[in-house]
Write a protein that binds this ligand. Structure first.
Ligand code: SAM
Ligand code: SF4
Length: 336
């Protein structure tokens, strides 16, 4: 086989987008994402920064054009800026079209300028509420002013910021329009994410938190003229434009729409497991072939073998009474 042949899965989808979780740790404990007392992975299990470089570089050689760094909180990983600097060489060579990250924003004030210098142009910042008390409640350990300072620093550094807000019933329903207005005032795109049945439900049954984006969209339609935009990211996001303000609003509805046919992405965990689908347990261990040999060809072969197992779609289903397709993984493990 041609060593540089692109990654094509069994359903003829080209895999051009890799999301990489660089740590399972976080300085927040968002209630829908983590338990308060999380046990994190032993450091030896994590890919080193050099291993992450080899891994990502091999994916880029196999045709990945977009790299999203996530976690846990990617900016709490020690030395992470070294990794961003290293990845910027793939932007310089033209092999990589986009290097980006998803962050809770807490460390942005420190790193925004460096990220911009590494060629990062757009970032996603997760922010579910603009009320300091509610923010402390939902993130348990987070502080809103720190995140707002981080967002301001990102903008000052020239980064475009997209806000991702998890839609939570009884929590931020009343902020739908104030968050939308704040994003408009500050020039941020906004995407709402439906809460997904990830992790250990424990006492917090995520069905209780489930706020359908269909409802959210209907509430926008009551107030604004909406135009459906046809652009797709290859992922679960759909977009509308609020004609009255010109604002673009995204909806990530993995549970109510089937987006799998256009899926172009795979996810690498911080321990080197490759998940072919967010909604399936099936994964391939890439750390073993990576550590077994200094030859990146063995790794490339393992990646190709894994892609041949990418499933057609996910099994999530919130039908009626229970949560079918319930995943036992936490979002911080695969990086969302
Ligand atoms: N720490 C970073 C952050 O919060 O942006 C990156 C990792 S976080 C796991 C990535 C995204 O997953 C965040 O936007 C977060 O809101 C979302 N997320 C976490 N748990 C979720 C859940 N159960 N359902 C839907 N989205 C979730
Ligand atoms: Fe941390 Fe992001 Fe999970 Fe919140 S959603 S606990 S910030 S990893």
């Amino acid at each position: 086989m041609d060593k540089t042949a692109p990654l094509i899965d069994p359903f003829a989808r080209a895999i051009t987008y890799l999301r990489v979780s660089v740590t399972d740790r976080c300085d927040f404990r968002c209630v829908y994402c983590m338990a308060e007392n999380m046990t994190f992975l032993p450091k030896a299990d994590l890919l080193t920064l050099e291993e992450l470089d080899r891994m990502c570089t091999t994916f880029v050689r196999l045709g990945v054009e977009k790299l999203r760094i996530t976690g846990g909180e990617p900016l709490v990983r020690k030395g992470i800026m070294t990794f961003f600097r290293a990845m910027s060489r793939h932007l310089d060579s033209g092999a990589l079209k986009e290097l980006t990250l998803t962050t809770n924003g807490s460390q942005l004030a420190k790193h925004a300028a460096d990220l911009a210098a590494c060629g990062v142009r757009r970032i996603n910042v997760s922010l579910d509420t603009l009320d300091p008390e509610k923010f402390a409640q939902i993130t348990r350990w987070g502080r809103l002013p720190q995140v707002l300072d981080g967002i301001a620093a990102a903008q000052a550094a020239g980064l475009r910021v997209k806000i991702n807000a998890v839609a939570l019933k009884g929590f931020n329903e009343d902020e739908q329009f104030s968050i939308t207005q704040w994003c408009a005032d500050n020039g941020h795109d906004l995407t709402w994410i439906e809460v997904m049945p990830m992790g250990d439900l424990g006492n917090e049954n995520r069905l209780d938190q489930y706020w359908s984006l269909r409802d959210l969209r209907a509430r926008y339609a009551d107030r604004f003229t909406l135009t459906d935009l046809t652009e797709r990211s290859g992922g679960p996001a759909r977009y509308v434009r609020l004609e009255d303000t010109g604002q673009k609003i995204g909806f990530i509805t993995p549970l109510t729409h089937n987006f799998c046919e256009s899926c172009n992405r795979v996810r690498l965990t911080c321990t080197g497991e490759l998940y072919m689908c967010l909604g399936q347990e099936d994964m391939a261990d890439l750390r073993a072939p990576l550590r077994a040999s200094a030859d990146d060809e063995a790794l490339a072969t393992a990646i190709r073998a894994a892609i041949r197992h990418k499933p057609k779609g996910h099994d999530f289903d919130y039908s009626h009474t229970g949560v079918a397709g319930q995943m036992t993984r936490h979002m911080s493990h695969t990086g969302g």
